[in-house]
Design a protein around this ligand. Structure first.
Ligand code: IVH
Length: 702
């Protein structure tokens, strides 16, 4: 199909054609996103979307909220649309102890004495993301994030995949007609068990793990592609009625929540109406001690005046209602002994120090290991083997060593020094100037070898079930494999000799290995672990050129001009393919029967033939020549994804700030030195939440 041809269904009844197009688009979306087996080129897919959009514009009665044209993320790097909240989404004031709680009650009792003796509704303070759901005539039509409280982002299509959120309200009989508009507010969260499972998968796939369930919920909701959100287990607790038009008159918060529950919305079962501050405080103490009995994270108790008329009389300050307060739990901290500091070697050779702790129960789980990130972090925290250390988990599921208890430090204690040589191969470890990471650069290093094979077999790459780290260590130690290509020469006879590998496991493993030969080129490229090339870039390359052979035949400049690649990734790909060692691995894959092709790929080769080889130069990429430093954790991207996105748009993403830096993107827990330097040099600092905006516009967001 060519985009220049007249639309195949142009003469058809528009309503019929719309249905047909939506079905085709849904089918191709499924093939592309879920099965990794696209059947049409990007251009052909775009043509279907364009035709659908044109018909919908001409016949607005045929446009529906669930049309793929309305899907968030149908086009890459489009920002989420803005949504103006009908009623502002305010935040809450906090109290941290009984005195502060009492002070709040006294304050509001001075405004309205009816507060004395009033009922308080106590609710768990769910640690997730505030969400506004709009139902019109009982039908779910929109979901928006809180944003700045006045304007949020439209995440309807992502939220529509959350199973516990009804698409139609079961409006109870006896409560009058279904309201014209009812806005339901609540917290979207990821259950702790789902979060742990997701991180397990991320780890297996060699992807960066999420810091806590809140971050993973945020990352899952900010997906441009709702089918990714659909794979993430999200849920919601509704806690408030926002705008209400044409609905029944509500008298109390507790009545509002029972109505929401009757409508089929998920309302937390632990809500309770209590009387007086002592009862409120007792409830809060109970939940502080029992918070980990729940499969979702809470960070306090929200106390609300139950009577809505009294709420209205109390009103709000500029940012928070006076009728509610959040009683926050103190962060959880425990002390334990730091037994040893060790260094692990990743597949790229990065040497990461970590603390081996006397196991301690904190934040709902037993912690025995905690990353120390890099050499500077160990020095900054001044933690030493043998120290008593404070371990914290404040909402974060990843434990952190806060620092040593200096009063308990032994006289004999000595600072820890980063090892000079790799703990696996004994070769020197290298730390480049201006970089915070240290590397083992020995390509033959057994630890790197193991990690490279683990990465190749991981879920995001070849997805070979049964080939996790433990097994890879066994087969590498047995001398059966030394690079990913060797996996395909494994035989049953040698595998059965390996400890704990019965005939059935061997059979299953060999079947999984055989199946993995059909993976598309993009997944092979991910598995090979080419520096800077992540899943997005790998897919862009594979779709553009179709086969590895075609990728190998083009120049750095041509590769760099592919949207999502840029010169740094292009150079890295070309270097990788030029290495004899890497070619040998690829030859093993070809000999094993790999086609190294992307179904539906080669869009670029075709386009070039049609346009006389006219390629867009890298100068056309919006971050060309711009150097962007990312520091701290972003909610929307892992570090690798952020780097790949910048490089893919022609930019650079060095590890340190200099005069040449164009912008510094700041996430959670940023490097203080980088920030200070950026401020000193007058370099624009961009809030992490605006990173997507920077990527889509190529400009510094306001
Ligand atoms: S009521 C105007 N109830 O806490 C009152 N908020 O720190 C709005 N939250 O933005 C909030 N659980 O995201 C309310 N049961 C609950 C809550 C809750 C969690 C979050 C909410 C809000 C934040 C304020």
């Amino acid at each position: 199909m060519s985009t220049k041809d007249p639309a195949p269904g142009a003469s058809k009844d528009p309503a019929e054609r719309v249905e047909e197009l939506r079905a085709q688009i849904a089918y191709h979306n499924q093939k592309y996103h879920q099965e990794d087996a696209p059947e049409v080129s990007d251009a052909d897919f775009d043509a279907l979307m364009r035709e659908l959009r044109a018909i919908e514009e001409e016949h607005p009665d045929l446009a529906t909220a669930d049309s793929p044209t309305q899907q968030v993320g149908s086009a890459p790097l489009v920002l989420f649309a803005s949504v103006a909240h009908r009623v502002p989404m305010m935040s809450l004031d906090n109290a941290f102890d009984l005195d502060e709680l009492q002070a709040w009650v006294d304050r509001i009792a001075r405004i309205d004495p009816a507060v004395v003796g009033a009922d308080f509704q106590c609710e768990l303070k769910i640690d997730g993301l505030a969400m506004s759901l709009t139902y019109e005539d009982g039908r779910f039509i929109q979901a928006a994030t809180r944003g700045d409280g006045t304007t949020g982002e439209d995440v309807t299509h992502n939220v529509a995949t959350v199973r516990s959120i009804p698409h139609t309200l079961s409006w109870p009989k006896g409560r009058g007609p279904v309201p014209k508009v009812i806005e339901v507010r609540g917290e979207v969260y990821m259950p702790v068990t789902a979060f742990e499972e997701l991180n397990r998968r991320q780890l297996e796939a060699g992807l960066k793990i999420f810091a806590n369930p809140r971050n993973s919920a945020a990352g899952s909701l900010r997906q441009k592609d709702a089918s990714v959100t659909a794979t993430r287990e999200l849920s919601m607790w509704a806690y408030q009625v926002g705008a209400l038009e044409g609905g029944p008159e509500l008298h109390s918060q507790s009545e509002a929540l029972s109505l929401l529950r009757d409508c089929g919305l998920p309302v937390n079962p632990e809500i309770k109406v209590v009387h007086g501050v002592d009862e409120v405080f007792a409830l809060c103490t109970y939940w502080r001690d029992h918070r980990h009995d729940l499969d979702y994270e809470i960070d306090g108790v929200v106390v609300k005046v139950d009577d809505l008329a009294l709420q209205r009389r109390l009103g709000a300050t500029s940012h928070a209602p006076r009728w509610a307060i959040a009683l926050k739990f103190p962060p959880e901290e425990r002390t334990t002994t730091l037994l040893r500091i060790m260094v692990s070697i990743g597949r790229t050779g990065r040497a990461t120090p970590f603390a081996v702790l006397e196991p301690v129960f904190v934040g709902g789980s037993t912690v025995g290991l905690a990353t120390l990130h890099n050499e500077d972090q160990v020095r900054l925290k001044d933690v030493r083997p043998g120290d008593t250390v404070v371990v914290r988990k404040a909402g974060d599921v990843i434990p952190e060593v806060v620092g040593p208890v200096l009063s308990a430090r032994k006289r004999s204690s000595r600072p820890w020094h980063f090892p000079k040589v790799c703990p696996s191969c004994g070769e020197p470890l290298i730390r480049l100037e201006g970089e915070s990471d240290t590397f083992c650069t020995n390509i033959e290093c057994p630890a790197q070898r193991v990690q490279r094979i683990v990465h190749f077999a991981s879920r995001g790459a070849m997805d070979i079930e049964g080939l996790g780290e433990k097994r890879v260590v066994q087969i590498v130690e047995a001398g059966l494999v030394s690079d990913p290509g060797d996996i395909y020469a494994l035989e049953a006879e040698s595998l059965v000799a390996i400890e704990r590998m019965g005939a059935l496991s061997v059979e299953n493993l060999l079947r999984a290995i055989e199946e993995s030969k059909s993976r598309p080129l993009s997944r092979v490229l991910v598995g090979l672990g080419i520096r800077h090339l992540g899943p997005t870039g790998a897919r862009a390359l594979a779709r553009a050129y179709g086969t590895l052979e075609a990728v190998t035949a083009v120049s750095v400049e041509e590769l760099a001009a592919v949207e999502g690649i840029g010169s740094v990734i292009a150079e890295s790909v070309v270097d990788f393919l030029a290495s004899a060692g890497n070619r040998a691995v690829l030859d093993k894959l070809i000999a094993a029967g790999f086609t190294l092709a992307e179904p539906g790929g080669a869009t670029r080769a075709v386009a070039e033939a049609a346009s006389g080889g006219d390629t867009k130069g890298e100068d056309a990429l919006i971050l060309s020549g711009k150097s962007i430093v990312v520091t701290g954790t972003l909610e929307s991207h892992t570090r690798e994804e952020a780097e790949e996105a910048i490089l893919g748009l022609g930019g650079k993403s060095p590890g340190s700030v200099s005069k040449k830096t164009w912008a510094v993107v700041v996430g959670a827990e940023p490097g203080a030195a980088k920030l200070r330097k950026a401020e000193g040099l007058g370099i624009p600092i961009v809030d992490g939440s605006k990173f997507e905006e920077l990527l889509s516009t190529g400009e510094i967001p306001d």
